[in-house]
Design a binder for this molecule. Structure first.
Ligand code: SAH
Length: 476
Protein backbone atom coordinates (compact mmCIF):
# COMPACT_ATOMS: atom_id res chain seq x y z
CA UNK A 1 0.00 0.00 0.00
CA UNK A 2 1.53 3.23 -1.12
CA UNK A 3 0.33 6.77 -0.52
CA UNK A 4 2.13 9.75 -2.02
CA UNK A 5 1.58 13.44 -1.45
CA UNK A 6 3.10 15.89 -3.91
CA UNK A 7 3.23 19.66 -3.80
CA UNK A 8 4.56 22.34 -6.11
CA UNK A 9 4.28 25.03 -3.44
CA UNK A 10 7.51 27.05 -3.45
CA UNK A 11 9.84 26.01 -1.94
CA UNK A 12 8.32 22.56 -2.27
CA UNK A 13 10.68 21.07 0.32
CA UNK A 14 8.65 22.93 2.97
CA UNK A 15 6.55 19.76 2.81
CA UNK A 16 9.27 18.17 4.93
CA UNK A 17 8.77 20.79 7.67
CA UNK A 18 5.02 20.42 7.50
CA UNK A 19 5.14 16.65 7.83
CA UNK A 20 7.89 16.79 10.47
CA UNK A 21 9.82 14.30 8.38
CA UNK A 22 13.20 15.13 6.94
CA UNK A 23 13.27 14.59 3.14
CA UNK A 24 16.84 13.31 3.34
CA UNK A 25 16.04 10.35 5.58
CA UNK A 26 14.05 7.16 5.32
CA UNK A 27 12.05 6.75 8.50
CA UNK A 28 10.25 3.65 9.65
CA UNK A 29 7.71 3.13 12.38
CA UNK A 30 6.06 0.11 13.89
CA UNK A 31 2.31 -0.12 13.51
CA UNK A 32 -0.13 -2.92 14.32
CA UNK A 33 0.51 -5.72 11.88
CA UNK A 34 3.68 -4.39 10.34
CA UNK A 35 5.68 -1.28 9.54
CA UNK A 36 5.17 2.09 7.91
CA UNK A 37 8.00 3.78 6.01
CA UNK A 38 8.19 7.46 5.12
CA UNK A 39 10.50 8.62 2.33
CA UNK A 40 10.69 11.23 -0.39
CA UNK A 41 11.01 9.97 -4.00
CA UNK A 42 11.65 13.59 -5.05
CA UNK A 43 12.54 16.69 -3.06
CA UNK A 44 13.48 19.78 -5.03
CA UNK A 45 12.51 23.40 -4.53
CA UNK A 46 10.02 23.04 -7.43
CA UNK A 47 8.39 19.75 -6.55
CA UNK A 48 8.41 17.53 -3.52
CA UNK A 49 6.75 14.16 -2.95
CA UNK A 50 6.43 12.37 0.37
CA UNK A 51 5.56 8.68 0.33
CA UNK A 52 4.05 6.53 3.04
CA UNK A 53 4.52 2.84 2.38
CA UNK A 54 2.72 0.26 4.49
CA UNK A 55 4.32 -3.08 4.83
CA UNK A 56 1.82 -5.33 6.56
CA UNK A 57 2.58 -8.92 7.38
CA UNK A 58 -0.49 -11.09 6.68
CA UNK A 59 0.68 -13.77 9.10
CA UNK A 60 1.34 -11.17 11.79
CA UNK A 61 -2.19 -9.81 11.27
CA UNK A 62 -3.74 -13.19 11.95
CA UNK A 63 -1.61 -13.65 15.03
CA UNK A 64 -2.70 -10.27 16.34
CA UNK A 65 -6.37 -11.16 15.98
CA UNK A 66 -6.16 -14.26 18.11
CA UNK A 67 -8.85 -16.10 16.10
CA UNK A 68 -6.89 -19.27 15.77
CA UNK A 69 -9.81 -21.64 15.31
CA UNK A 70 -8.77 -24.10 12.61
CA UNK A 71 -7.35 -22.93 9.33
CA UNK A 72 -9.09 -20.57 7.00
CA UNK A 73 -7.29 -19.57 3.86
CA UNK A 74 -8.93 -16.16 3.94
CA UNK A 75 -7.04 -15.39 7.12
CA UNK A 76 -3.77 -15.56 5.22
CA UNK A 77 -4.70 -14.73 1.64
CA UNK A 78 -6.56 -11.44 1.64
CA UNK A 79 -6.26 -7.88 0.43
CA UNK A 80 -5.37 -6.31 3.79
CA UNK A 81 -1.69 -5.72 3.01
CA UNK A 82 -2.44 -4.00 -0.29
CA UNK A 83 -5.48 -1.82 0.24
CA UNK A 84 -5.76 1.60 1.90
CA UNK A 85 -7.67 0.83 5.08
CA UNK A 86 -7.89 1.64 8.75
CA UNK A 87 -4.28 0.44 8.99
CA UNK A 88 -3.35 3.35 6.76
CA UNK A 89 -5.31 5.78 8.93
CA UNK A 90 -3.46 4.59 12.00
CA UNK A 91 -0.17 4.94 10.13
CA UNK A 92 -1.14 8.44 8.93
CA UNK A 93 -1.88 9.62 12.43
CA UNK A 94 1.24 8.00 13.80
CA UNK A 95 3.59 9.27 11.08
CA UNK A 96 1.96 12.67 10.44
CA UNK A 97 -0.05 13.32 13.60
CA UNK A 98 1.57 16.70 14.25
CA UNK A 99 0.80 17.83 10.69
CA UNK A 100 -2.75 16.54 10.97
CA UNK A 101 -3.18 18.72 14.03
CA UNK A 102 -1.91 21.75 12.13
CA UNK A 103 1.23 22.22 14.19
CA UNK A 104 4.63 23.10 12.74
CA UNK A 105 7.27 24.19 15.19
CA UNK A 106 9.90 25.23 12.68
CA UNK A 107 7.56 27.14 10.33
CA UNK A 108 4.58 28.08 12.50
CA UNK A 109 2.72 29.93 9.72
CA UNK A 110 2.97 27.09 7.21
CA UNK A 111 0.08 24.89 8.36
CA UNK A 112 -2.38 27.68 7.54
CA UNK A 113 -1.12 27.92 3.93
CA UNK A 114 -3.31 26.53 1.17
CA UNK A 115 -1.03 24.38 -0.98
CA UNK A 116 -1.43 22.86 -4.43
CA UNK A 117 -1.48 19.15 -3.63
CA UNK A 118 -1.69 15.87 -5.51
CA UNK A 119 -2.32 12.60 -3.72
CA UNK A 120 -2.04 9.10 -5.12
CA UNK A 121 -3.24 6.04 -3.24
CA UNK A 122 -2.44 2.61 -4.63
CA UNK A 123 -4.83 1.01 -4.06
CA UNK A 124 -8.23 1.70 -2.57
CA UNK A 125 -11.05 -0.79 -2.53
CA UNK A 126 -14.41 0.80 -3.28
CA UNK A 127 -18.00 -0.31 -3.68
CA UNK A 128 -17.98 1.06 -7.25
CA UNK A 129 -15.93 3.33 -9.51
CA UNK A 130 -17.96 6.44 -8.71
CA UNK A 131 -17.58 6.25 -4.92
CA UNK A 132 -14.15 7.87 -4.67
CA UNK A 133 -15.58 10.79 -6.64
CA UNK A 134 -18.69 11.03 -4.46
CA UNK A 135 -16.57 11.16 -1.33
CA UNK A 136 -13.78 13.50 -2.43
CA UNK A 137 -15.33 15.83 -5.02
CA UNK A 138 -17.60 17.63 -2.54
CA UNK A 139 -14.41 18.56 -0.67
CA UNK A 140 -13.04 20.31 -3.75
CA UNK A 141 -10.76 17.63 -5.15
CA UNK A 142 -10.39 16.68 -8.80
CA UNK A 143 -10.71 12.89 -8.65
CA UNK A 144 -9.43 10.21 -11.02
CA UNK A 145 -9.65 6.48 -10.59
CA UNK A 146 -7.85 3.79 -12.49
CA UNK A 147 -9.59 0.42 -12.50
CA UNK A 148 -7.99 -3.02 -12.69
CA UNK A 149 -9.47 -6.12 -14.25
CA UNK A 150 -10.05 -9.01 -11.89
CA UNK A 151 -7.85 -11.11 -14.12
CA UNK A 152 -6.23 -9.68 -17.27
CA UNK A 153 -6.46 -13.09 -18.91
CA UNK A 154 -10.22 -13.32 -18.26
CA UNK A 155 -11.64 -10.00 -19.52
CA UNK A 156 -15.21 -11.28 -19.25
CA UNK A 157 -14.86 -11.32 -15.45
CA UNK A 158 -14.82 -7.54 -15.49
CA UNK A 159 -13.11 -5.15 -13.12
CA UNK A 160 -11.95 -5.79 -9.58
CA UNK A 161 -13.11 -3.59 -6.69
CA UNK A 162 -9.61 -2.06 -6.55
CA UNK A 163 -8.62 1.33 -7.91
CA UNK A 164 -5.65 3.60 -7.95
CA UNK A 165 -6.97 6.88 -6.64
CA UNK A 166 -5.58 10.25 -7.75
CA UNK A 167 -6.69 13.45 -6.07
CA UNK A 168 -5.71 16.98 -6.92
CA UNK A 169 -6.50 20.21 -5.15
CA UNK A 170 -5.35 23.70 -6.13
CA UNK A 171 -5.15 25.04 -2.64
CA UNK A 172 -5.81 23.23 0.59
CA UNK A 173 -4.10 23.03 3.95
CA UNK A 174 -2.08 19.86 4.32
CA UNK A 175 -3.84 19.29 7.62
CA UNK A 176 -7.17 19.06 5.79
CA UNK A 177 -5.90 16.64 3.16
CA UNK A 178 -4.52 14.33 5.84
CA UNK A 179 -7.75 14.53 7.80
CA UNK A 180 -9.88 13.76 4.74
CA UNK A 181 -7.74 10.73 3.93
CA UNK A 182 -7.76 9.61 7.55
CA UNK A 183 -11.55 9.54 7.65
CA UNK A 184 -12.49 8.61 4.09
CA UNK A 185 -10.06 5.83 3.17
CA UNK A 186 -11.46 3.40 5.77
CA UNK A 187 -14.95 4.47 4.65
CA UNK A 188 -14.17 3.38 1.08
CA UNK A 189 -12.69 0.16 2.39
CA UNK A 190 -15.62 -0.48 4.74
CA UNK A 191 -13.68 -2.41 7.36
CA UNK A 192 -11.88 -1.66 10.61
CA UNK A 193 -9.12 -3.78 12.02
CA UNK A 194 -10.08 -2.92 15.58
CA UNK A 195 -13.16 -2.94 17.76
CA UNK A 196 -15.43 0.03 17.09
CA UNK A 197 -17.13 1.77 19.99
CA UNK A 198 -18.05 5.26 21.15
CA UNK A 199 -14.38 6.33 20.97
CA UNK A 200 -14.61 5.91 17.22
CA UNK A 201 -17.58 8.27 17.13
CA UNK A 202 -15.60 10.87 19.09
CA UNK A 203 -12.76 10.47 16.58
CA UNK A 204 -15.15 11.06 13.70
CA UNK A 205 -16.63 14.14 15.36
CA UNK A 206 -13.16 15.45 16.11
CA UNK A 207 -11.70 14.84 12.64
CA UNK A 208 -14.86 15.44 10.64
CA UNK A 209 -16.70 18.02 12.73
CA UNK A 210 -15.86 20.98 10.48
CA UNK A 211 -16.52 19.44 7.04
CA UNK A 212 -18.68 16.37 7.42
CA UNK A 213 -21.92 18.21 8.30
CA UNK A 214 -21.86 19.90 4.87
CA UNK A 215 -20.90 16.74 3.00
CA UNK A 216 -23.73 15.31 0.87
CA UNK A 217 -22.63 11.74 1.72
CA UNK A 218 -22.32 12.33 5.45
CA UNK A 219 -24.84 9.55 6.22
CA UNK A 220 -22.96 7.01 4.13
CA UNK A 221 -19.64 8.13 5.61
CA UNK A 222 -20.86 8.03 9.20
CA UNK A 223 -22.54 4.64 8.84
CA UNK A 224 -19.54 2.99 7.28
CA UNK A 225 -17.02 4.72 9.56
CA UNK A 226 -18.94 3.45 12.57
CA UNK A 227 -19.59 0.00 11.12
CA UNK A 228 -23.38 0.41 10.96
CA UNK A 229 -23.72 0.32 14.74
CA UNK A 230 -27.09 2.06 14.92
CA UNK A 231 -26.70 2.84 18.61
CA UNK A 232 -23.60 4.87 17.79
CA UNK A 233 -24.34 6.06 14.23
CA UNK A 234 -27.63 7.81 14.95
CA UNK A 235 -26.54 9.90 17.94
CA UNK A 236 -23.32 10.77 16.11
CA UNK A 237 -25.19 12.01 13.05
CA UNK A 238 -27.47 13.98 15.34
CA UNK A 239 -24.49 15.57 17.10
CA UNK A 240 -22.83 16.40 13.80
CA UNK A 241 -25.89 18.19 12.53
CA UNK A 242 -26.82 19.90 15.78
CA UNK A 243 -23.36 21.38 15.91
CA UNK A 244 -23.80 23.13 12.56
CA UNK A 245 -27.22 24.58 13.17
CA UNK A 246 -26.41 25.94 16.57
CA UNK A 247 -22.77 26.86 16.34
CA UNK A 248 -22.60 28.64 13.02
CA UNK A 249 -24.86 31.61 13.63
CA UNK A 250 -23.33 32.41 17.00
CA UNK A 251 -20.40 34.56 15.91
CA UNK A 252 -22.93 37.00 14.42
CA UNK A 253 -25.30 37.48 17.33
CA UNK A 254 -27.30 40.64 16.52
CA UNK A 255 -25.47 42.83 19.02
CA UNK A 256 -22.11 42.15 17.40
CA UNK A 257 -23.30 42.99 13.86
CA UNK A 258 -22.38 46.28 12.28
CA UNK A 259 -25.24 48.79 12.67
CA UNK A 260 -27.55 48.38 9.73
CA UNK A 261 -25.89 45.19 8.56
CA UNK A 262 -28.20 42.51 7.25
CA UNK A 263 -28.47 39.50 9.49
CA UNK A 264 -26.18 36.87 8.05
CA UNK A 265 -27.53 33.49 7.06
CA UNK A 266 -25.65 30.41 8.24
CA UNK A 267 -24.50 29.83 4.65
CA UNK A 268 -23.06 33.35 4.43
CA UNK A 269 -21.32 32.89 7.75
CA UNK A 270 -19.86 29.62 6.55
CA UNK A 271 -18.58 31.31 3.40
CA UNK A 272 -16.99 34.17 5.34
CA UNK A 273 -15.44 32.05 8.02
CA UNK A 274 -13.73 29.23 6.19
CA UNK A 275 -12.90 27.39 9.40
CA UNK A 276 -15.90 26.86 11.61
CA UNK A 277 -13.73 24.23 13.30
CA UNK A 278 -14.66 22.21 16.27
CA UNK A 279 -12.56 24.43 18.47
CA UNK A 280 -10.12 23.11 20.99
CA UNK A 281 -12.54 24.20 23.65
CA UNK A 282 -15.46 22.37 22.08
CA UNK A 283 -13.37 19.23 21.81
CA UNK A 284 -12.47 19.56 25.46
CA UNK A 285 -16.10 19.93 26.46
CA UNK A 286 -17.09 16.91 24.42
CA UNK A 287 -14.39 14.84 26.06
CA UNK A 288 -15.56 15.86 29.53
CA UNK A 289 -19.21 15.26 28.62
CA UNK A 290 -18.32 11.86 27.26
CA UNK A 291 -16.42 10.92 30.43
CA UNK A 292 -19.35 12.05 32.53
CA UNK A 293 -21.81 10.03 30.42
CA UNK A 294 -19.72 6.93 31.07
CA UNK A 295 -20.41 7.21 34.80
CA UNK A 296 -24.18 7.27 34.25
CA UNK A 297 -24.68 9.93 36.92
CA UNK A 298 -28.11 11.21 37.87
CA UNK A 299 -27.12 14.59 39.30
CA UNK A 300 -24.31 16.67 37.82
CA UNK A 301 -22.77 20.00 38.77
CA UNK A 302 -21.03 22.33 36.36
CA UNK A 303 -18.94 24.70 38.46
CA UNK A 304 -17.85 27.85 36.67
CA UNK A 305 -20.34 26.91 33.95
CA UNK A 306 -19.76 30.11 31.97
CA UNK A 307 -22.13 30.37 29.02
CA UNK A 308 -23.39 26.84 29.50
CA UNK A 309 -21.71 24.91 26.71
CA UNK A 310 -21.13 21.86 28.88
CA UNK A 311 -24.60 22.16 30.38
CA UNK A 312 -26.04 21.84 26.91
CA UNK A 313 -24.09 18.65 26.25
CA UNK A 314 -25.11 17.23 29.62
CA UNK A 315 -28.79 17.92 29.02
CA UNK A 316 -28.62 15.91 25.83
CA UNK A 317 -28.03 12.81 27.90
CA UNK A 318 -31.53 11.77 28.98
CA UNK A 319 -30.26 9.61 31.83
CA UNK A 320 -28.96 12.67 33.63
CA UNK A 321 -31.90 13.75 35.77
CA UNK A 322 -30.66 17.07 37.07
CA UNK A 323 -27.88 19.51 36.25
CA UNK A 324 -26.96 22.56 38.31
CA UNK A 325 -24.68 25.14 36.76
CA UNK A 326 -22.95 27.66 38.99
CA UNK A 327 -20.95 30.72 38.04
CA UNK A 328 -19.80 33.83 39.83
CA UNK A 329 -20.69 36.00 36.86
CA UNK A 330 -24.31 37.17 36.38
CA UNK A 331 -23.53 38.03 32.80
CA UNK A 332 -22.30 34.53 32.02
CA UNK A 333 -25.40 33.06 33.66
CA UNK A 334 -27.83 35.16 31.69
CA UNK A 335 -26.01 34.28 28.49
CA UNK A 336 -26.26 30.61 29.51
CA UNK A 337 -30.00 30.97 30.13
CA UNK A 338 -30.40 32.43 26.64
CA UNK A 339 -28.27 29.85 24.90
CA UNK A 340 -30.09 27.01 26.61
CA UNK A 341 -33.46 28.59 25.74
CA UNK A 342 -34.57 28.00 29.32
CA UNK A 343 -37.80 29.90 28.91
CA UNK A 344 -38.87 27.75 25.98
CA UNK A 345 -38.31 24.38 27.61
CA UNK A 346 -41.15 22.06 28.51
CA UNK A 347 -41.81 21.94 32.28
CA UNK A 348 -40.23 18.50 32.46
CA UNK A 349 -37.04 19.61 30.71
CA UNK A 350 -37.01 22.88 32.63
CA UNK A 351 -36.98 20.94 35.88
CA UNK A 352 -33.76 19.20 34.84
CA UNK A 353 -31.64 22.35 34.88
CA UNK A 354 -30.92 25.10 37.34
CA UNK A 355 -28.49 27.98 37.09
CA UNK A 356 -27.24 29.52 40.30
CA UNK A 357 -24.96 32.39 41.07
CA UNK A 358 -22.25 31.70 43.58
CA UNK A 359 -18.54 31.56 44.19
CA UNK A 360 -16.44 28.47 44.45
CA UNK A 361 -14.50 30.11 47.26
CA UNK A 362 -17.37 30.01 49.77
CA UNK A 363 -19.05 27.05 51.36
CA UNK A 364 -22.37 26.42 49.64
CA UNK A 365 -25.00 23.86 50.64
CA UNK A 366 -26.40 23.87 47.13
CA UNK A 367 -23.34 21.96 45.93
CA UNK A 368 -23.96 18.90 48.12
CA UNK A 369 -25.48 15.61 46.95
CA UNK A 370 -24.15 15.30 43.38
CA UNK A 371 -22.74 12.29 41.55
CA UNK A 372 -20.33 14.29 39.43
CA UNK A 373 -18.96 17.81 39.15
CA UNK A 374 -17.05 19.48 36.32
CA UNK A 375 -14.68 22.43 36.54
CA UNK A 376 -13.73 23.00 32.93
CA UNK A 377 -11.02 25.63 32.52
CA UNK A 378 -11.98 27.31 35.77
CA UNK A 379 -9.17 26.92 38.30
CA UNK A 380 -6.73 29.02 36.29
CA UNK A 381 -9.14 31.97 36.66
CA UNK A 382 -8.55 32.04 40.42
CA UNK A 383 -5.51 33.38 42.20
CA UNK A 384 -3.31 30.46 43.12
CA UNK A 385 -3.56 31.27 46.81
CA UNK A 386 -7.36 30.93 46.65
CA UNK A 387 -7.18 27.33 45.48
CA UNK A 388 -7.11 26.04 49.05
CA UNK A 389 -10.54 27.62 49.55
CA UNK A 390 -11.84 26.04 46.35
CA UNK A 391 -10.40 22.72 47.45
CA UNK A 392 -12.26 22.90 50.76
CA UNK A 393 -15.55 23.87 49.08
CA UNK A 394 -15.45 21.16 46.42
CA UNK A 395 -13.56 18.26 47.96
CA UNK A 396 -14.21 18.65 51.69
CA UNK A 397 -17.76 20.08 51.76
CA UNK A 398 -19.62 19.36 48.49
CA UNK A 399 -17.85 16.00 47.93
CA UNK A 400 -19.34 14.82 44.63
CA UNK A 401 -18.51 11.18 43.87
CA UNK A 402 -16.50 12.26 40.82
CA UNK A 403 -14.82 15.57 40.01
CA UNK A 404 -13.43 16.52 36.61
CA UNK A 405 -10.96 19.40 36.59
CA UNK A 406 -9.41 20.64 33.35
CA UNK A 407 -6.80 23.34 32.88
CA UNK A 408 -4.37 24.38 30.12
CA UNK A 409 -1.06 22.55 29.90
CA UNK A 410 1.66 25.21 30.02
CA UNK A 411 4.21 22.82 28.49
CA UNK A 412 2.21 23.08 25.27
CA UNK A 413 2.31 26.88 25.09
CA UNK A 414 5.56 26.96 23.15
CA UNK A 415 3.61 25.67 20.14
CA UNK A 416 1.36 28.71 20.08
CA UNK A 417 2.87 30.98 17.54
CA UNK A 418 1.66 34.25 19.04
CA UNK A 419 2.44 33.45 22.65
CA UNK A 420 5.69 34.77 24.09
CA UNK A 421 7.47 32.59 26.63
CA UNK A 422 5.85 32.99 30.04
CA UNK A 423 2.63 34.52 28.66
CA UNK A 424 -0.77 33.00 29.38
CA UNK A 425 -3.34 32.01 26.80
CA UNK A 426 -5.94 34.46 28.16
CA UNK A 427 -5.61 37.76 29.97
CA UNK A 428 -7.89 36.49 32.68
CA UNK A 429 -5.72 33.50 33.56
CA UNK A 430 -3.92 33.90 36.87
CA UNK A 431 -1.63 30.94 36.28
CA UNK A 432 -1.05 28.13 33.82
CA UNK A 433 0.48 24.91 35.03
CA UNK A 434 2.87 22.46 33.47
CA UNK A 435 1.89 18.81 33.53
CA UNK A 436 4.12 18.25 36.56
CA UNK A 437 2.59 21.16 38.49
CA UNK A 438 -0.96 20.03 37.77
CA UNK A 439 -0.17 16.44 38.71
CA UNK A 440 1.38 17.60 42.00
CA UNK A 441 -1.70 19.67 42.86
CA UNK A 442 -4.15 16.93 41.89
CA UNK A 443 -2.32 14.22 43.81
CA UNK A 444 -2.20 16.43 46.88
CA UNK A 445 -5.94 17.16 46.70
CA UNK A 446 -6.76 13.48 46.25
CA UNK A 447 -4.62 12.48 49.22
CA UNK A 448 -5.97 15.16 51.51
CA UNK A 449 -9.62 14.28 50.78
CA UNK A 450 -9.63 10.53 50.19
CA UNK A 451 -10.17 10.57 46.40
CA UNK A 452 -8.47 8.45 43.73
CA UNK A 453 -7.13 10.51 40.86
CA UNK A 454 -6.04 9.90 37.28
CA UNK A 455 -4.75 12.49 34.84
CA UNK A 456 -5.64 12.54 31.16
CA UNK A 457 -4.27 14.47 28.22
CA UNK A 458 -6.91 16.52 26.41
CA UNK A 459 -6.54 17.04 22.71
CA UNK A 460 -3.90 15.53 20.49
CA UNK A 461 -0.55 14.96 22.08
CA UNK A 462 2.67 16.27 20.63
CA UNK A 463 5.90 14.58 21.54
CA UNK A 464 7.77 16.34 24.32
CA UNK A 465 5.09 18.88 25.23
CA UNK A 466 1.92 16.82 25.64
CA UNK A 467 -1.60 17.90 24.72
CA UNK A 468 -3.09 21.42 24.80
CA UNK A 469 -5.09 20.75 27.94
CA UNK A 470 -5.09 18.35 30.85
CA UNK A 471 -7.78 16.81 33.01
CA UNK A 472 -7.74 15.30 36.47
CA UNK A 473 -10.53 12.84 37.23
CA UNK A 474 -11.11 12.41 40.95
CA UNK A 475 -13.26 9.58 42.26
CA UNK A 476 -14.30 8.70 45.78
N1 SAH B 1 -16.57 26.10 32.21
C1 SAH B 1 -16.90 27.07 31.18
C2 SAH B 1 -16.30 28.45 31.41
C3 SAH B 1 -14.84 28.56 31.61
S1 SAH B 1 -14.31 30.24 31.84
C4 SAH B 1 -16.48 26.53 29.86
O1 SAH B 1 -15.68 25.62 29.79
O2 SAH B 1 -16.95 27.02 28.84
C5 SAH B 1 -14.19 30.33 33.60
C6 SAH B 1 -15.49 30.58 34.28
O3 SAH B 1 -15.27 30.51 35.68
C7 SAH B 1 -16.07 31.97 34.00
O4 SAH B 1 -17.40 31.84 33.57
C8 SAH B 1 -15.98 32.66 35.35
O5 SAH B 1 -17.02 33.57 35.56
C9 SAH B 1 -16.03 31.50 36.31
N2 SAH B 1 -15.46 31.80 37.64
C10 SAH B 1 -14.33 32.46 37.90
N3 SAH B 1 -14.14 32.52 39.24
C11 SAH B 1 -15.17 31.87 39.82
C12 SAH B 1 -15.54 31.57 41.15
N4 SAH B 1 -14.81 31.99 42.18
N5 SAH B 1 -16.67 30.88 41.38
C13 SAH B 1 -17.43 30.44 40.34
N6 SAH B 1 -17.13 30.69 39.06
C14 SAH B 1 -16.01 31.39 38.79
Amino acid sequence: MLLTITTTYQPATDLGYLLHKNPARLQSLEITGGQAHVFYPEATAERCTAALLLDLDPVGLVRGRGNGEGFALEQYVNDRPYVASSFLSVALSKAFGTAMNGTCKDRPALPAEALPLAVTVAVVSAPGPDWPRRLFEPLGYAVETEAYPLDPTQPEWGDSPYYTLRLRHDGLRLQDVLTHLYVLLPVLDNDKHYYVDQTEAEKLLHRGGDWLPQHPERGFITRRYLRYLAGIVNPTLARLMEGTEEELPEPVAPETNEPGALPLTPAAVAAEAPEPKLSLHDQRLQQVAHEIYQLAPKRVLDLGCGEGKLLRLLLRQPKIEFVRGMDVSHQALSRAAQRLHLDELSPRQRARIELIQGSLLYRDERLAGFDAAALVEVIEHLDENRLAALEAVVFAQARPAHVFVTTPNADYNQLFEKLNAGDFRHDDHRFEWTRAEFAAWATGVAERHGYQVRIEAMGDEVEGVGAPSQMAVFSL
